[in-house]
Design a protein around this ligand. Structure first.
Ligand code: MG
Length: 382
């Protein structure tokens, strides 16, 4: 790289985006900026900086210890929150690049999207929501915003990662999905990639773990479509599973790209904001959407409610609930930093944030240390 490029802040990424991105993409130069003003970086765009801040946060690293659907004691094959997050980022970037949207913004939002998940997946979220019902409840999407605006800290005294308005608004949308307002195209892409990723990989993980068999899948229209486009019945099971997942991803991605490209063409030459105001929605064709819905209902009934999972969830719920009760009575057991949070937020929310930040394993350890080891002395926190 020539020295002159680095000595002229921001010119390289503005030029790069002006060449690569479509007019309807969210261009970095149009960003509404950050809460606290910062000088531009010489060679990274504001959204690239956001992506890096998210990747370097401790909450992001902890995603490797948090379950997606299946727990660590069920084996090492299936997805964790971290591997799911990378799959979403990868699919979302492919869509973004193909539609000439802002890939850096998409990547930052994708890497952020699940950062607020507590231990034990959606079961952990339900428990914390119940524990905090008198104090505003708990949502992993809102907690992601709390993490990056209040809890995570960079190398300055200021709280939060000081992310751009656009990245935060993507997460805000996840938190309030009932809003009628159409979202920025990049936000819509991350949402679609999340759904494409988990529907496909939950089929993969459930087959591998023996929670599903091949005959059950035959009644699904999307699987039948996959069989028509790939020779699934003519190859051995381990490769068949891999080919099914590949084909499910491919069918959904191709349909999303085709249908969304048509929508963008129809909308004409609009800016990012004009696309939003015009209510332009990216998505799959109605046929694929319907087939995907059938797959999701099937997964809900046959996998997420499978007794092997409900047993794990029930045990996890008891552990988390008892830890919450124990720490409410013994706040002195909280780390000093968490005790400080109870000043502005109140003790219940501080405990909720502490528990939500834990990995599954750390939560198990804390349960063992604080609850199980007290049992011989007749202490019962149930
Ligand atoms: Mg997700």
């Amino acid at each position: 790289m020539q020295e002159s490029n680095l000595s002229q802040p921001s010119t390289s990424w503005i030029q790069r985006e002006s060449v690569l991105l479509a007019c309807y993409a969210m261009h970095s130069k149009d960003s509404l900026g950050r809460t606290r003003l910062e000088p531009e970086h010489p060679y990274r765009s504001p959204f690239q900086r956001d992506r890096d801040r998210i990747v370097h946060s401790s909450a992001f690293r902890r995603l490797s210890g948090k379950m997606q659907v299946f727990t660590g004691d069920m084996g090492d094959y299936h997805r964790t929150r971290l591997t799911h997050t990378h799959e979403v980022a990868s699919l979302a970037r492919t869509i973004g690049r193909t539609l000439r949207l802002n890939e850096d913004l998409i990547e930052a939002m994708a890497l952020l999207h699940d950062i607020g998940h507590p231990p034990y997946g959606h079961c952990g979220e339900d428990v914390l929501d119940e524990c905090l019902k008198e104090h505003g409840g708990f949502s992993h999407n809102q907690f992601a915003i709390d993490l990056v605006t209040k809890i995570e800290q960079r190398y300055t005294q200021e709280p939060g990662l000081n992310l751009t308005y656009e990245v935060l608004s993507g997460q805000q949308f996840r938190s309030h999905k009932q809003t009628a307002q159409t979202q920025m195209l990049e936000i819509q892409v991350v949402d679609a990639a999340d759904s494409i990723a988990y529907d496909s990989h939950d089929v993969d993980d459930a087959l591998k773990l023996g929670l599903l068999d091949w005959e059950q899948l035959d009644r699904l229209e999307l699987v039948c479509r996959a069989k028509r486009s790939a020779p699934l019945d003519h190859i051995e099971p381990p490769l068949r599973r891999a080919m099914l997942v590949h084909t499910l991803l491919d069918l959904q991605m191709a349909d999303f790209l085709k249908h969304s490209s048509d929508e963008l063409k129809q909308a004409g030459r609009l800016t990012s904001k004009q696309m939003q105001d015009a209510g332009v929605m990216l998505g799959m064709s109605p046929t694929l959407e319907q087939e995907k819905l059938q797959l999701e209902e099937f997964l809900f009934e046959q996998v997420y409610r499978h007794e092997r999972l409900t047993e794990v969830r029930d045990r996890a719920a008891v552990r988390l609930k008892q830890l919450y009760r124990y720490l409410s009575i013994h706040p002195e057991k909280l780390p000093p930093r968490v005790q400080q949070w109870s000043e502005p937020w109140g003790l219940p929310k501080a405990i909720g944030a502490y528990l939500a930040g834990m990995t599954d394993r750390f939560c198990d350890d804390q349960y063992l240390q604080l609850i199980e080891m007290g049992r011989p002395y007749g202490i019962d926190w149930s």
